[in-house]
Design a protein around this ligand. Structure first.
Ligand code: ZN
Ligand code: ZN
Length: 308
């Protein structure tokens, strides 16, 4: 349903075997990339994901470890004879960033549409995915992304009959339309069952811990959060450079009651993040010391009936 691939888990600079943090999402054929540091196109290639069909690229902020892969990706798309437009979305300043990118990626034969935002929160849709960008606390303006996929409500024939809805109106109402019929206003509510839980994923990196992450990650199916440092020395650096430690990230995952939590954006000084696994699991047992290529296919909760 929501195919998730964490292409890289590194922060600051790519290392052999560790690409920079970038997240690939695919839902019903709509594909999105969040962040695109140097080497992201190679990480895509390694995961056998074609960049030709990516519909949108989202940026959390414009530090090079999240953006420097963009010219290469656009040029590779150009070489693959792409003609579909691409949408690029990020905080204010994106227009300037793209001007610079287009200086070195001059021959892009498809349209680049872009949207920049400035508010504390911004919402937009890409295919069936609903995005909420929310402000984080980094050394520059930086946003996290909450991604939700709604689940349609099931048609309830008993309810339709109880509400005395003519059969020929069932299909229209089920599609979400309201109709006037013989002096009555018929609404979708009259034929649809209870709301059903959808999917939620949150991606938040390059930030100090903040309430906004806790709120947005509440009960998420997957929270991908920064795990820049694991030791005491790193903890000071995190405070100073506005990053988050693994311990802080795991505490947020616990507070927010997420189903699963992955680390990303490890500092190059963290040679082996598994060193901290025991300590981290004592904070939150649902934390995964994620590796490049970490994948999940998030599916709606199982229900007793066959219909989906
Ligand atoms: Zn970074
Ligand atoms: Zn940064």
């Amino acid at each position: 349903m929501l195919d998730v691939c964490l292409l890289g888990t590194g922060g600051t600079v790519p290392l052999p075997g560790r690409w920079l943090t970038s997240l690939y999402l695919n839902c019903a054929g709509s594909a999105v990339l969040i962040d695109c540091g140097e080497g992201t196109q190679i990480a895509l290639h390694q995961q056998r994901i074609s960049c030709k069909h990516i519909d949108a690229i989202l940026f959390t902020h414009y530090h090079a470890d999240h953006t420097a892969g963009l010219p290469g990706i656009l040029l590779t798309m150009a070489k693959s004879d792409r003609t579909d437009p691409i949408t690029i979305i990020g905080p204010k300043g994106l227009g300037e960033v793209l001007k610079g990118v287009m200086m070195i990626a001059r021959y892009v034969p498809f349209e680049i549409r872009y949207m920049e935002f400035d508010a504390k929160e911004e919402q937009f849709d890409i295919g069936p995915m609903h995005f909420t960008a929310f402000a984080l606390k980094h050394s520059v303006t930086c946003y996290g992304f909450e991604v939700t996929v709604n689940r349609t409500r099931r048609f309830d024939p008993q309810k339709a009959q109880q509400n005395d809805i003519p059969k020929r109106m069932w299909g229209i109402l089920q599609k979400g339309q309201t109709v006037e019929h013989e002096g009555r206003t018929l609404t979708p509510d009259m034929v649809l069952g209870d709301e059903r839980k959808g999917l939620k994923l949150v991606y938040a990196t390059d930030t100090r811990p903040c309430e906004a992450i806790r709120e947005h990650a509440k009960d998420a199916d997957l929270f991908i959060g920064e795990g820049m440092y694991g030791d005491e020395e790193g903890s000071e650096k995190a405070r100073h450079n506005k990053h988050m430690t693994m311990q802080e990230s795991a505490q947020i995952a616990l507070d927010a009651n997420v189903k699963e939590h992955w680390f990303t954006h490890y500092s190059p000084s963290v040679r082996d993040p598994f060193e901290y696994e025991e300590e981290i699991h004592a904070i939150c047992a649902r934390t995964v010391i994620a590796k490049d290529g970490q994948r999940a296919d998030l599916a709606f909760e199982h229900e007793e009936t066959k219909e989906d």
